[in-house]
Write a protein that binds this ligand. Structure first.
Ligand code: ATP
Ligand code: MG
Length: 421
């Protein structure tokens, strides 16, 4: 074959697309219950939007961004994640003037130049949510609870919710010192990236995926032991509220996030069924980011769900959800014109109707109806047409009835058919 998708990119085709639509539908409904409104952001932004917020020493900025010069010699980047673009829009449009919390969601493609493997793509889709303007940990509990309800509403079970606090700019210096003390003595057992990170941003060493680095950092002090009074109070209240709301969770003091802008609450949801790419959603608080983008100091919290990692987890529960209500088999030329009109009329009644166009034998038309999984078949033949009748076959029950060629009558029969929605 001559043309193929790029490595790490994929087409999403039917029937798998119905899984995607299911996930998006459930999410939209729940977002509405929680007052989150949709926001659509560009996929291409000025590069500095990401370098400054995600962090110069993060894996994303160091290795994974699709950055290039446009024809006007500007450095632009295909967004690797949604929060930075969102905060850019939040500040640009003065959304902070609306009553807090301002709550938004988005769905769309993200781009990271990573090594493609199972559940890891170069173009992947996220559903993200962001809530702004409230510092209270009740909002953290609410958004985590919403995430749990979205994932269970989609039909996912047995997920592992991990939470932690990674402190704020007040507690971070003392923690950095403690970490550097721990790492300093054995720096040569770390990869060259980590050795560089030691001075630039030692926290990033905790996120390195190189096996030697993972082994060497065993026993490093956890941030959670170094929280300032405010961060500790925030985290204690969050745990309390999550109990109150019955959101199952575990505390993982070793949880780190790959982006620099997080403060206080961080969380990750994972599934053991996905092997090593097991994170299905992740998020956290980012109380300094709006400030960083030149807006008034405004707290924020958000998460992103990875679509490609949840679609395979729901595949089984979706079987059989997408089939035509009706397949019309015309026998002759005159019948096929009648079929064209009939199909159009039945579609206005909310039915999914397919028509056969190729003038094949009834036997081969029935075979096609079967392959499509049509729930009913209507046969229009010359004799029937003369009598103003059609034959309706219920393909699930295997029964056959005659019906007048009358839309009201047909709709009644088709809507009574066991499988038609
Ligand atoms: P990972 O540890 O798997 O690299 P991450 O920490 O880089 O994930 P985030 O930036 O937190 O991921 O993005 C949120 C979610 O987006 C992840 O939990 C995951 O489900 C999904 N995701 C991230 N990168 C990819 C990718 N390359 N392909 C598919 N999904 C991805
Ligand atoms: Mg990653």
């Amino acid at each position: 074959m001559k043309h193929k998708t790029l490595k790490g990119f994929q087409d999403i085709l039917p029937p798998e697309i119905s899984g995607w639509q299911h996930i998006e539908g459930v999410s939209r409904n729940l977002f509405r219950n929680y007052g989150y409104q949709e926001i659509r952001l560009p996929v291409l932004e000025s590069t500095d939007i990401f370098t400054r917020s995600i962090g110069e020493t993060s894996d994303i900025v160091e290795k994974e961004m699709y950055t290039f010069k446009d024809k006007g010699d500007r450095s632009v980047t295909l967004r690797p994640e949604g929060t930075a673009s969102f905060v850019r829009a939040y500040v640009e449009h003065h959304l902070f003037n609306n009553p807090a919390p301002q709550k938004f969601y988005y769905m769309g493609p993200m781009f990271r130049y990573e090594r493609p493997q199972a559940y890891r793509y170069r173009q992947f889709y996220q559903i993200g949510a962001e809530a702004m303007g409230i510092e209270d940990p009740k909002l953290d509990a609410e958004i985590i609870s919403m995430l749990a309800r979205i994932l269970s509403g989609i039909g996912l079970q047995g997920l592992n919710f991990e939470i932690t606090s990674i402190g704020c700019k007040n507690c971070r210096p003392a923690y950095k010192d403690a970490l550097k003390n721990f790492l300093g003595g054995k720096l040569n057992s770390f990869c060259s990236d980590c050795q560089r990170r030691f001075d630039l941003n030692p926290l990033r060493i905790l996120d390195c995926k190189v096996p030697d680095c993972i082994a060497s950092r065993q026993g490093a002090p956890p941030v959670i032991d170094y929280l300032c009074a405010e961060c500790k109070g925030h985290f204690d209240s969050l745990k309390n509220y999550l109990e109150m709301l019955n959101v199952p969770h575990t505390i993982n003091p070793n949880l780190v996030r790959g982006l620099d802008y997080y403060t206080k609450t961080a969380f990750e949801v994972s599934s053991e069924s996905l092997g090593s790419q097991k994170a299905v959603a992740a998020g956290g608080r980012y109380d300094g980011l709006v400030d960083e983008f030149g807006g008034p100091p405004t707290p924020g919290i958000g998460f992103a769900i990875g679509m490609e990692r949840i679609v395979p987890l729901i595949k089984d529960s979706l079987k059989g959800s997408e089939y035509p209500d009706l397949f019309i088999c015309p026998i002759g030329q005159k019948d096929s014109e009648e079929a064209l009109i009939l199909a159009e009329q039945l579609r206005t009644k909310g039915l999914w109707v397919e028509v056969n166009y190729d003038g094949a034998s009834l036997k081969s038309q029935m075979r096609k109806a079967n392959r499509l999984g049509a729930k009913n078949v209507v046969i229009i033949g010359e004799d029937e047409l003369r009598k103003g009748e059609v034959v309706v076959k219920d393909m699930i029950k295997g029964t056959e009835t005659k019906s007048p060629l009358d839309i009201r009558e047909l709709v009644k029969i088709l809507k009574n058919s066991s499988q038609t929605h």
